[in-house]
Design a binder for this molecule. Sequence first.
Ligand code: FE
Ligand code: CA
Length: 520
Amino acid sequence: MAAALAWQQLFAPPVRAQSPDAPDWLASGEVFTLGVASGEVQPSSVVIWTRLAPRPLRADGGMPAAAVPVRWTVARDARFERIVASGEVRATPEAAHSVHVDVTGLLPGQTYHYRFEAGGQTSPVGRTRTAPAAESQPTRMRVALASCQHYEAGYFTVHREIAAADVDLVVFVGDYIYTTEVPSYNRVRRHPHRFPDRHERHTLADYRIHHASYKLDADLRACHAAHPWLLTWDDNEVVNDYTGDHDADMDDDDVQAFLAVRAAAYRAYFEHLPISPSRAPNGPRMLMQARYDWGRLATFWTVDTRQHRDPSPCRRLTQQLFNGKLLRDCPELAEPARQMLGAAQESWLGWELASSMAAWKFVVQSTQVSPGTLRAPFGRVVYGDGWDAFPGARERLMQAIAQPRVPDVVCLGGDVHRHVAAQLRLHPEDLTSPVLASEIVATSVSSKGLSEVVTSWIKSGNPDMLHARADQRGYVVLDVTPSHIDVEFRGTPHPVRPDARLRTQARYRIDRGIPGPRRA
Ligand code: FE
Ligand code: CA
């Protein structure tokens, strides 16, 4: 016995001294706390994402200041018996140990499973799918449309339902995080990390921790793991109501200071979402506009309404009501040159629409395109943060659909925290102007909406809003076929409870060749 013990000790590997940081992250528990995600669906490729963060509420995520290898694997089956692609990448501290892999060489129209390995641990398994072949004629696709998930305003039960739903794609149109706090009387839970106040300078660390804290929600992680997502952003990914180079609450001459905040916000956004590495931000700039084809059945253009937007008009306080949200007596509204998309993106979208051969053309942007103004006794009151405050830019978008006549355009949006089905006209306020396209807006996942009184007041003054309900949180299912789209508005009362059940609030149908939704 003694001899055997001595022999074992002789040949046993020496106990290695712990270096100050390197093995720490391996010993600190779960590494894949933020889950996995996929997006950027193409016929032969898809982007898969994860981030190593054993301590997600720390600025460094609990990772060493060194690159670590991450192995990724893609298989046809969930048990990884039929592996079709794999490789190794380095997760670096500069990228917060996030990993974005553009997996190529895949087959069109297929479901795949993927996972990551690092530090001897294996991530949860994600499921994704490639787009159908370019010239194929799919007979059906299903899309879940969602936006606006204030963590403090309600639970992400919507994501739990979408995760279990039979959909091909999740389209998320902005307000993925909120840096604001919900007043205590409306709050159902607190941000795991308190974001600094508006007057403090927001840093990259602030945005990283905040994004990570959102990903600690199990329902959100489940929804990412279950389906590929297409994304565009709105304002709250940076700060509430920002436009282009301007923070509405900052001094005008402090553009450089705001651009530093925007750069931090864009970088953290990229680090936490399944976005192509080719679109990684460069300082305060990031390319959001992109195109995704689903065979000949549908094309989705993700459009950026924030980065290139001109400042909101009539910022002098005498013309503003409710802290700048609402405008009245604003002559600047009539100035046609003011931009929502920026000139370059506007002409890109116009050209894309005019040359598209897709049966359905989805313009994926952040807010409501159709008018939602209030008719007050003292005149029209306009929401200063949406398309109503940019009527010239909206008319140019409608012009791009009208001339040459582009059929079967559907604008998808969010931001206004209400379900909306609307028809879009060349001249939006003129009921004699022809209806050109359809609009579907998803209510918020959790963020509070306007009261029913105000919503019905808005609806009564805007007959093109065929459906408008702000009392429920939810999402929209679009069942897309070559002949029609079935639209199902799902909802549950505000605030969303953890055990909430969603119900169908309304159904609409959009027929091919007939612009505008109709009640089904
Ligand atoms: Fe929102
Ligand atoms: Ca918004």
